[in-house]
Write a protein that binds this ligand. Structure first.
Ligand SMILES: Nc1ncnc2c1ncn2[C@@H]1O[C@H](COP(=O)(O)OP(=O)(O)O)[C@@H](O)[C@H]1O
Ligand SMILES: [Mg+2]
Length: 258
């Protein structure tokens, strides 16, 4: 989070209530995120993390409050953030490059050849050179998530919202995808918000972790991560990191038991 004037993302007194519920799941929430930073949002399942993303990307409209991206309210805007849901949602009947080129198709203005060229470049960038003409089912889980990430990058937005993107992957693939994502972040200098319920994943990726301590969500507690950037996995063994991990797990478990 930051104290500067223009934030990558700012919530100001934001509330949201699902029509079928009788309470605000997000209740007068304010927070801001500095441009170029990487934060994970952690919280127990069902606490409202994805709801925060759905309001940010305009899928849900807040009941109260203002959401700003790059200093401008999001209402009525398009293409101001890239969003990657938990499931990769690649269309199975489209070749990989046509899935990746989707944001360009939506935006319009480019020929098919130009879209293909941009998609193949984006695929190469995520380590999937030569995969453009494959069908999604021909890729492994990790490759599909990288293709979905390439598609998110092609929105051209500076703010990326990644909702549990690696949770369906096996453990070892998840570890290499985390390292890969940190490399992508350093290379492209985007602002990344990443939802996870995996505390270790949050500590490895974040500059500071935004913790949902209770539902309804009134605040996101900003917990700095005591490890340098760039980082490698060995930092997770530092006593300060081990201690913080235990503290966060205890905090989240209290809510599961509550
Ligand atoms: N479409 C919906 N209609 C009604 N309630 C919903 C809907 N989506 C989610 N909820 C409720 O809001 C809560 C938060 O959902 P969500 O933001 O998806 O949680 P999280 O991402 O933290 O797991 C859930 O516990 C669920 O009961
Ligand atoms: Mg969710």
């Amino acid at each position: 989070m930051d104290t500067g004037t223009v934030s990558a993302l700012e919530f100001e007194g934001v509330s949201y209530q699902y029509p079928v519920e009788d309470f605000d799941i997000v209740d007068d929430l304010s927070f801001r995120v500095a441009p170029g930073s990487f934060h994970c949002i952690v919280g127990v399942s069902g606490c409202g993390k994805s709801t925060i993303f759905r309001m940010t990307n305009g899928l849900l409209k807040p009941k109260r409050g203002i959401i700003q991206v790059g200093g401008q309210p999001v209402e009525g805007r398009k293409g101001y953030c890239g969003y990657m849901p938990q499931k990769d949602l690649l269309f199975p009947w489209r070749p990989v490059w046509e899935n990746v080129a989707l944001p360009l198709e939506v935006k319009g203005g480019l020929s098919k050849a130009q879209r293909r060229e941009a998609a193949l470049a984006a695929l190469e960038d995520v380590g999937l050179a030569g995969c453009g003409d494959k069908m999604p089912h021909e890729l492994s889980g990790g490759m599909r998530q990288r293709a979905a990430f390439a598609r998110t990058m092609l929105t051209g937005s500076d703010l990326l919202l990644l909702d549990e993107p690696f949770s369906a992957l096996d453990f070892l693939t998840r570890l290499s995808m985390q390292e890969w994502l940190l490399d992508q972040w350093q290379k492209h200098k985007k602002t990344i918000l990443f939802i996870t319920h995996d505390v270790e994943e949050a500590l490895f990726l974040s500059q500071s972790v935004l913790v949902v301590e209770s539902t309804p969500i009134h605040v996101l507690s900003d917990v700095p991560v005591p490890a340098p950037v760039p980082r490698d996995r060995s930092c997770l063994k530092d006593p300060a990191m081990v201690e913080l991990k235990e503290r966060l797990i205890t905090l989240l478990r209290k809510q599961v038991e509550a």
